[in-house]
Write a protein that binds this ligand. Structure first.
Ligand code: IMP
Length: 421
């Protein structure tokens, strides 16, 4: 498919990076359109493990154009650290292979501190503390600074000083370290000198690429239920993580998208606070005991639970998914019996979509269907025919419940452990 969107169908960490990495082989341009360095994309390429935060995964393939869209919030210092880390591994990033939207908003040093201050309260979200919420807050409030603002150092310093004067007293009152204006201004202007050669009008670049017959891959960050509109609000991130976010976050025409792939784990995980109807600690202990389900950005152990098909089905609807990619099927190896949540019961009524409020989320109970498991080790499977009958039946049930075909099956972290169904 020429122009493809990849989105997460759960709470992030679905293994999108691996599917993106796989599809990148056929793509010419790889685009990130929302989120910031709260994302952690783990990709194992040619035996080497890479954890990318802001950089599109396409950077691991020579000859691809990587694009960071206007919808991303950009921590310039973090991005440069990522660029330097990749350079040390022999991956060179130049203004030719990385374009960054001039209108992407900057994560300023006060944003992580505002994030941390807010997280001290009783209503903490369990954020990654990368300043994502406050950065998007400034964008919406129209007080943000953008990459192109670094082009005029005097004006940048003036606007930055204005914000520091507003925010420092608030940080001080919260007992959080205040911003050293001079030091940060120097650091950001120096970062600007290195990043501005990459700054561009991304919408035009993407349009021209599509017109030239190139294939575009939009790499979603986080997942559907962390979406600011469609997620488990307020326990969400601050961007549109669903397919629509790739359009507003890049300026590419929605009419030129050919395929939308929703990625779901064969079970469910989430990090941070918030509702999780199918959470099961014993199942989580088992996965953690296998060395699985530790966060790529913060190292936190992820909360784990059974497959929630209410979520996956509704994610297919919200994203307009053409196909599903199921990852981590091997995480279910060795279980006698598997549970799939097919609906919720809320106040005596059966519902088949997510409820609206946190109180409703807390009151509902999952309705389960039990399926037989398998004792085989799936990690060596390279074809659907290699999978045991019970694993195939599990996938078929997912397809039925989601009303969406399964096109990809992941049975391990390596690129080779991805089966095209
Ligand atoms: P924030 O995006 O740092 O503001 O965090 C808000 C919520 O989104 C928290 O529950 C985070 O754990 C979660 N979150 C943010 N980025 C990711 C991700 O890449 N994977 C999984 N969860 C994430």
């Amino acid at each position: 498919m020429p122009n493809n969107i990849i989105v997460g169908a759960q709470w992030g960490d679905e293994g999108k990076g691996k599917i993106v990495d796989f599809l990148t082989e056929r793509a010419d341009v790889v685009v990130r359109s929302q989120g910031g360095n709260n994302a952690g994309h783990t990709v194992i390429a040619r035996g080497e493990k890479h954890v990318l935060h802001l950089m599109p995964s396409g950077i691991l393939h020579p000859g691809k154009l990587c694009v960071i869209g206007n919808g991303v919030v950009l921590d310039p210092v973090g991005l440069l650290a990522e660029i330097d880390g990749l350079a040390k591994r022999g991956i060179s990033i130049t203004p030719e292979n990385l374009k960054i939207s001039s209108t992407a908003h900057l994560v300023m040093p006060y944003h992580p501190r505002q994030d941390a201050a807010r997280e001290q309260g009783a209503n903490k979200i369990g954020t990654t503390r990368r300043g994502i919420g406050p950065a998007y807050g400034d964008k919406i409030e129209r007080t943000g600074l953008r990459l192109a603002d670094l082009r005029d150092p005097a004006k940048f310093a003036e606007r930055f000083a204005e914000r520091v004067n507003q925010i420092n007293p608030v940080l001080e009152a919260a007992g959080v370290e205040t911003i050293d204006f001079e030091a940060v201004c120097r650091e950001y202007l120096a970062a600007g000198e290195r990043l501005l050669p990459h700054a561009a009008n991304v919408a035009t670049i993407l349009d021209e690429a599509a017109k030239a017959g190139k294939s575009l891959l939009f790499e979603g960050a986080q997942g559907t239920y962390l979406d600011i509109d469609h997620g488990t609000y307020p326990f969400v991130t601050s961007s549109n993580t669903t397919a629509g976010g790739t359009i507003t976050g890049s300026g590419f025409s929605m009419r030129k998208i050919d395929c939308i792939t929703a990625v779901a784990k064969a079970y469910t995980t989430r990090v941070g606070e918030g509702p999780f109807p199918t959470e099961d600690d014993a199942f989580g202990d088992r996965l953690h005991g296998m060395g699985r389900e530790f966060g790529a950005t913060t190292g936190r152990s992820r909360r784990c639970g059974w497959l929630d098909m209410v979520l996956v089905r509704y994610a297919c609807l919200i994203n307009g998914a053409d196909e599903l990619a199921i990852t981590n099927l091997d995480g279910l190896d060795g279980l006698e019996s598997l549970r799939i949540c097919t609906a919720y019961e809320l106040d005596g009524n059966r519902i088949d979509h997510p409820p609206a409020t946190i109180d409703e989320w807390a009151r509902l109970t999952p309705i389960y269907e039990d399926l037989p498991g398998w004792s085989d080790d799936l990690t060596g499977a390279r074809d659907v025919a290699d999978l045991p009958a019970n694993a195939r039946a599990y996938l078929r049930r997912m397809e039925e419940l989601a009303e969406t075909k399964v096109a990809w099956i992941g049975v391990g972290p390596d690129r080779e452990q991805t089966i095209r169904a």
